[in-house]
Structure formats: structure tokens, C-alpha cells
Design a protein around this ligand. Structure first.
Ligand SMILES: N[C@@H](CCC(=O)N[C@@H](CS)C(=O)NCC(=O)O)C(=O)O
Length: 282
């Protein structure tokens, strides 16, 4: 599929349900989230903040303009970043996966009453390791395959990378099924969580790209999700989860924001450059 470059670019303010969430978190809090509404790395942190019920303030910034307050908390000028205002002077944190670790630990230490966790109980170290293994696969295979597929311009490359992305989803499904068979806590995949709406580590890690597969990849690459009905049911549960939905903007925002990737426009982003150069993602 070839896409015409109409010059659309990323949005800088959230739309739809996500605007309400931004408004609800406009006041000062111990944690400031530096985020951009289109960014999937931001969305995973945002979902975690909502789910773990950790108080935060949102500061919507344009990571391509690299404002000084963003560079203060994120050396490469990437979002997401956190400013921890309860320290004097305030402290900073960046890298979505490291931020997720921090938030999970913060929920165990400080927001105990919410009793919400993304990883299995501390005592089940094998189940925790499995959740991390799933996250490793998401970060090292599924996410790079998503961008390779979206940025590929030649039809044969699109087919090749589309297949890689599909295979990465199927491998994740295999990992979920394996954990379920072993009776390990595995987030929304397991039937146990169907009713309780318990989000897991891998759910939060992958949700933003699975969501963008249903809109951005479907639109620009004609992507069709794996035919497994169990996966479809899982995805429906994931994308309709209140803490995922509350961070989602409207379709137009994603289609506009990802045109740059779909036409592989030069100087799109550090992520796009890394994919084009065959380097690891920033
Ligand atoms: N490894 C980083 C990646 C974050 C990232 O690439 N964010 C993009 C927005 S989706 C960004 O800030 N891009 C700015 C740029 O490319 O200069 C993480 O996991 O937090």
C-alpha cells in the first residue's frame, strides 16, 4: 500500500476521552508526567499512572521542539519523562520501561491502600520473571516490527515486515497461553482477570502498539489482526479497559500523527531514524 504525503503531522494536544483525563490532572501533584498525546511510550506510563491510582499532573509537551523544561528531565528530549516534585531540588526520570518499574515500586511503597500492582505478587518470583520475559519480547521484537512495517515503502518489504509483526503478536499470545497453563498471574489474558479487570505488566507494555495496530496499521497498511478469536476477545478487553480508554484520543489524531511514519518522511523522529539505520530504538 502506498500512502500520499499530505504533510500532516503529530498533534500536540490530546483529543476525545484523553482530554478529560488531561483536564482531571491539571493541578499540581508530586509527579509531573511530561507527555505527548500521540506517543505510545507515553501512553504506557499514562495507563500505569491511572491504573495504579498514583496522583500526577500532566504537562503536554512537543518532544520534537525540545523545550528547556523537557530537556531538564529527559537528556535526549524524549517523552515520557517524570519530574518528581517532592524532592528538593526536584528529581527526574525518563525511559518508559524504567518509569514503569519506578511506578510499580512506588505503588508497593506509598500507594498501598490502592492495592493495585502490574507485576505478580513479590513472593511469586517465577511469575514476575515470566511477565518480564513477555515485556522483553514486546520491547525487542514487537515494537521494532511495528515501526519497520509502518515505515516500509516497497510492497515486498511491507509484506515481510507485516508478517514479522504478526509473528511477534502470535509469539506473545503463546507466552500468555503458557503462563495461563502454568497457573501464573498473567494480566488480562487470563480468564481470572476477565471479571476483575486486572491489568498486567505485559498488557500495559503492549497496549499502545496493539491499539495503533487496530487504527494506524489498519489504515495505512491494511493490517488485519491474527484470526484467533481468543486474541480478539483479549484485545477487546484490553482496549475497552477504563484505564486504557481514558488515555486514548480520537482516530484522527493517530492517523494524522502517523502519516510521517507511513510515508517514511525524512527526519520524522529518533525512533524512525533508528529503524531506517537498522539501529536499536532510542
Ligand atoms: N526509549 C524511549 C523512547 C521514547 C520516544 O521515542 N518518544 C518519542 C515520542 S513517541 C519522542 O519523544 N521523540 C522525540 C524525538 O524523536 O526527538 C522510552 O521508552 O521512553
Amino acid at each position: 500500500m502506498s500512502t500520499k504525503d499530505t504533510g500532516k503531522t503529530h498533534h500536540t494536544t490530546a483529543t476525545g476521552v484523553a482530554v478529560e483525563t488531561v483536564k482531571a490532572h491539571a493541578g499540581p501533584a508530586d509527579i509531573t508526567l511530561f507527555g505527548g498525546c500521540f506517543c505510545p511510550f507515553v501512553q504506557r506510563v499514562w495507563i500505569a499512572l491511572e491504573y495504579l491510582k498514583i496522583p500526577y499532573q500532566v504537562n503536554e509537551v512537543d518532544p520534537y521542539k525540545k523545550p528547556a523544561d523537557l530537556l531538564e528531565v529527559s537528556p535526549k528530549g524524549l517523552v515520557p519523562a517524570l519530574k518528581l516534585n517532592n524532592y528538593n531540588p526536584p528529581r527526574a526520570l525518563n525511559e518508559s520501561t524504567v518509569i514503569l518499574d519506578y511506578l510499580e515500586e512506588l505503588s508497593l511503597q506509598k500507594y498501598v491502600e490502592a492495592d493495585r500492582h502490574l507485576l505478580p505478587e513479590l513472593s511469586d518470583i517465577y511469575a514476575r520473571a515470566q511477565a518480564r520475559l513477555q515485556a522483553h519480547h514486546i520491547n525487542n521484537s514487537l515494537i521494532p516490527a511495528f515501526y519497520r512495517y509502518l515505515q516500509a515503502q516497497e510492497p515486498e518489504k511491507q509484506i515481510q515486515h507485516g508478517k514479522e509483526f504478526q509473528d511477534a503478536i502470535e509469539k506473545l499470545v503463546g507466552m500468555f497461553e503458557d503462563c495461563e497453563k502454568k497457573g501464573l498471574r498473567g494480566g488480562l489474558w487470563s480468564t481470572r482477570s476477565e471479571k476483575s479487570g486486572e491489568l498486567g505488566w505485559a498488557d500495559v507494555m503492549a497496549a499502545p502498539w496493539l491499539f495503533r495496530a487496530t487504527n494506524v496499521l489498519a489504515h495505512y497498511r491494511g493490517f488485519v489482526l491474527p484470526p484467533s478469536t481468543k486474541f480478539k476477545a483479549y484485545l477487546d478487553r484490553l482496549l475497552s479497559h477504563p484505564d486504557v480508554k481514558s488515555t486514548c484520543s480520537t482516530l484522527e489524531l493517530y492517523l494524522d500523527s502517523y502519516e510521517r511514519y507511513a510515508v517514511n518522511r525524512p527526519n520524522t523522529s529518533q525512533v524512525a531514524d533508528a529503524i531506517n539505520a537498522g539501529r536499536a530504538l532510542p
